[in-house]
Every structure is written in structure tokens, then in C-alpha cells.
Design a protein around this ligand. Structure first.
Ligand code: PGA
Ligand code: ZN
Length: 422
């Protein structure tokens, strides 16, 4: 035991400013032990929930105010209190940073500074234990059932992730009847390319340029148009029995103060609920995320009583156990969208997942629209065995890095690999 402890002892923590998939700066943290080191890069959202942990940016003119030099300085402060600790002691490390920050939303040190350290520590611990990250996370989560997740793949981008008039943010294909993750990746990639041909034929070549999450952003205004295109692509691919559809309207982004939702026309929350039910019946929709604004609780609870699809809380829950407890009491949704940077530490992310599962909810691990080459979430989803992951389109390295990591995990697990069912 003594040897393991020495091998995992944190000797140095470095942080640097690197670029994310939108070309904005973000925090990379590298943690060292005597003879090993490991790094992690922090993602960043665009349609962020108002209750998320604080992402510390420098302001001023450098990088249009988005620099993270202050966060890097804060990693130096964190280094002082973590030096000498065991990288395997994830809870102690995360709790030490939470105590050092001592704010409700990590606004003093910045959730981006704290999360970089938290993720890199997990990676160093897995190196020290000579086990893959997903197995280390499974051990932290006390999960014995590794599971390759069903990917939720955003192949038409709207809202804040694209430049068009389509107000709903994400139109996803879900290969929930594939037999393995590798088959899932193949089904999604083929469907994506068939969709590209359909869009190009109908709207011209410029319509197949992609949005922030690698999905197409054709000149559409109504959700129905996007759903018709996707259904056509699924059918042409011959995968109507293997692929379903999911939506993330990200409704906080098209809500106004008078309780009106502004899509291609105005909707009251009651009309919007009817709209979702109608769409779900017509288009094989199995999951809808953030159907309403993040604090519009009565609308969530009314939809829960009627809907047969999964209702996922993203901005609603912000991976925060307090919001999860309250949403569970009020029966606002039945699945957690788990984004590590919404809360800022791995320990709190795992607690959010555990609490959600204890309530009988599903958990969907998620990327952000601003991503990097870091594939941490692929290990996280496999390790906690939650069965669902949101990845964007099978296009651009910031997205495919997650698919590719899952393909490698599946290969590594060999005959022990199990693909989730939805
Ligand atoms: P974001 O979008 O990363 O821009 O917040 C993703 C989502 O809303 O799920
Ligand atoms: Zn969302």
C-alpha cells in the first residue's frame, strides 16, 4: 500500500491555455507524480444554464475577453493545497478544492480551473493503478457493470449552435437497436452521409456546412422539416428498425419573460407540450431534453404526466444534486444530462449520477458544444455504466475523438463488452 501511495503522490500541477473546437481558449491541466503525468482539457458550453457553476474568463480585449489566465493562476493556488496528496483520493482532492473555493458556484477559483485538476487527477490515478480510466471511474463509482453507452448523435444543428432560423437546438439519431457500439457508429455514420446527400440535393452545396457539434445546418425554420429530412435518411439507409430520434430543443434559449416560447411561431407552454407529443407520435422520438425553460417547473411536471418519451434535464438540473432532489420531488423529468463542467468536479458529477439512478432515472453523459480532443466522457459513461451518451455528429475530431475512444474501449473489453439497450 505504501508503495502505491508514493507512486500516486502529486508532486506538481501545471496548467496551460489551449484552444477548444470553436477556437476559444480553455484550461488544460497536467498533473505529475514522481514518474508519471496525466492531462485533461476542460470543455465549454454556448447554451449554458443560468444555474451552472462559474466558468472563469479574464474579460478585457485579449481573446475577446475569453482568456483563461486567471483560471491558470488559480490552478497554482490549488497546487499549493494538493501537493503531496494521493491522486487516487479523488474525493479528498475534490473536497479540498471545494473548500478552498468556498463559494456556491465555484466563482472564486473558477469551475474550469477546478474541473481541469479533478479530471487530470482521475487520469493520473488510473495511470498509477495501471488500469484504463473507465475502470478507475467504475471503481470510484462502485460499479461492476461496464457498459458501452447508446450514442445520441446530433446530426442537424439549430439554435445557438448554428446560424440559421431553426430555433430548436439538436436533432439526434439514436442507434438504440444496434448490437454493439461499433455497429452503432457505423449506422450513424451511414445515416449522416445519406442525410448529407438529401440536404445537398434539396438545398444546394452550402446547406451541408456544419454547426458547432458537427451536424448540418440547412436553411430550415420548423422542427418538422428537420425531422422529415432525418426520417428520410434513416429510411433510405434501411435502419428504421434500428435507429430512433431524440431532440434537445434547449428551450431556455427561445423563452421570453411573458411565458411564451418563440419557435417558428409563438407557443404557450401548453401548446408547446402538445407540439412535442404530436412530433413524438409522428417521428419515433424517444427522448426530449429541456423541453421547457430551466425554471418553468409546472410545464415540465405537466408534460411528465402525458409523455411516453424520456424527459432529460440539462439546464433544468445543471448536474447539481440540489436541483436533482427538487426535480425528483416535483417529478419534473426522468433522466439527468450529466455534464462535468456544469458542476466542476468528478466527485460531484458521480454524486449527481448516483442520486439520479437512486431515483430510478436514466443518466446521459454529455459533451459540450465547445469541445476538445479530450475523450474523458467516453470513459466516464462506460465506467458508470449509465447506458447513454450525447456526442454530436460523427464528424470533426472534437466529436469523433469520443466515438473513437468508445470503439477502442469496446475492442479492449473484447468478449466482455456489452452495449446498452434503450
Ligand atoms: P451547450 O449545448 O454545450 O452549448 O450548452 C449542449 C446542450 O444544450 O445540451
Ligand atoms: Zn441541452
Amino acid at each position: 500500500m505504501g508503495d502505491i501511495f508514493l507512486a500516486c503522490k502529486i508532486t506538481k500541477i501545471k496548467a496551460r491555455e489551449v484552444l477548444d473546437s470553436r477556437g476559444n481558449p480553455t484550461v488544460e491541466v497536467q498533473i505529475f507524480s514522481k514518474d508519471k503525468n496525466a492531462s485533461a482539457i476542460v470543455p465549454s458550453g454556448a447554451s449554458t444554464g443560468i444555474h451552472e457553476a462559474h466558468e472563469l474568463r479574464d474579460g478585457g480585449s485579449r481573446y475577446m475577453g475569453k482568456g483563461v489566465q486567471k483560471a491558470l493562476k488559480n490552478v497554482k493556488i490549488i497546487e499549493k493545497s494538493l501537493k503531496g496528496m494521493d491522486a487516487c483520493a479523488q474525493k479528498e482532492i475534490d473536497n479540498a478544492m471545494i473548500a478552498l473555493d468556498n463559494t456556491e458556484n465555484k466563482s472564486r477559483l473558477g469551475a474550469n480551473a477546478i474541473l481541469g485538476v479533478s479530471m487530470a487527477a482521475a487520469r493520473l490515478a488510473s495511470e498509477c493503478k495501471k488500469m484504463p480510466l473507465y475502470k478507475h471511474i467504475a471503481a470510484l463509482y462502485k460499479n461492476k457493470r461496464l457498459l458501452l453507452p447508446v450514442p445520441f448523435c446530433n446530426i442537424i444543428n439549430g439554435g445557438k449552435h448554428a446560424g440559421g432560423k431553426l430555433r430548436m437546438q439538436e436533432f439526434m439519431v439514436v442507434p438504440n437497436r444496434a448490437k454493439s457500439f461499433s455497429e452503432a457508429a457505423q449506422l450513424v455514420s451511414e445515416t449522416y452521409h445519406i442525410l448529407k446527400g438529401i440536404i445537398e440535393k434539396k438545398y444546394g452545396k452550402s446547406a451541408v456546412n456544419v454547426g458547432d457539434e458537427g451536424g448540418f445546418a440547412p436553411p430550415l425554420t420548423k422542427a418538422e422539416e428537420a425531422l422529415t429530412l432525418i426520417t428520410k435518411a434513416i429510411n433510405e439507409a434501411g435502419y428504421e428498425k434500428k435507429i430512433s430520434i431524440a431532440l434537445d430543443p434547449a428551450a431556455s434559449e427561445f423563452y421570453n419573460k411573458n411565458s411564451i416560447y418563440l419557435l417558428h411561431k409563438q407557443f404557450t407552454s401548453e401548446k408547446l407540450a402538445e407540439h412535442y407529443i404530436r412530433l413524438s407520435n409522428k417521428y419515433n422520438i424517444i427522448s426530449i431534453e429541456d423541453p421547457f425553460e430551466q425554471d418553468d417547473f409546472s410545464s415540465f411536471s405537466a408534460l411528465m404526466k402525458k409523455a411516453r418519451f424520456q424527459i432529460v434535464g440539462d439546464d433544468l438540473l445543471v448536474t447539481n444534486t440540489k436541483r436533482i432532489i427538487s426535480a425528483a420531488e416535483k417529478r419534473l423529468c426522468n433522466a439527468l444530462l450529466l455534464k462535468v463542467n456544469q458542476i466542476g468536479t468528478l466527485t460531484e458529477s458521480l454524486a449527481a449520477a448516483r442520486l439520479s439512478m437512486d431515483h430510478g432515472w436514466k443518466v446521459m453523459v454529455s459533451h459540450r458544444s465547445g469541445e476538445t480532443e479530450d475523450s474523458f466522457i467516453s470513459d466516464l459513461a462506460s465506467g458508470i455504466g449509465c447506458g447513454q451518451i450525447k456526442l454530436g455528429a460523427p464528424c470533426r475530431s472534437d466529436r469523433t475523438s469520443k466515438y473513437n475512444r468508445l470503439l477502442r474501449i469496446e475492442e479492449e473489453l473484447g468478449s466482455k463488452a456489452r452495449y446498452a439497450r434503450f
